[in-house]
Design a protein around this ligand. Structure first.
Ligand SMILES: [Zn+2]
Length: 56
């Protein structure tokens, strides 16, 4: 896993919260991770598959 794309937090692989990190893939094939807090904040953007530059 890599740091959160939005806030740069690094995941703790030993923590249960690591399971709630969101893995997503851009239209151009780049992969990103989002921590639980950012995933929750951007859940609508993620579900709509908006390009990141459109994220609120
Ligand atoms: Zn984050």
């Amino acid at each position: 896993m890599r740091p959160c794309r939005e806030c740069g937090t690094s995941p703790d692989p030993d923590a249960a919260s690591a399971l709630t990190w969101v893995h997503e893939r851009d239209a151009d094939g780049r992969e990103h991770w989002l921590c639980p807090a950012c995933a929750r904040r951007h859940v609508r953007d993620i579900e709509a598959k908006l390009p990141h530059e459109w994220w609120a």
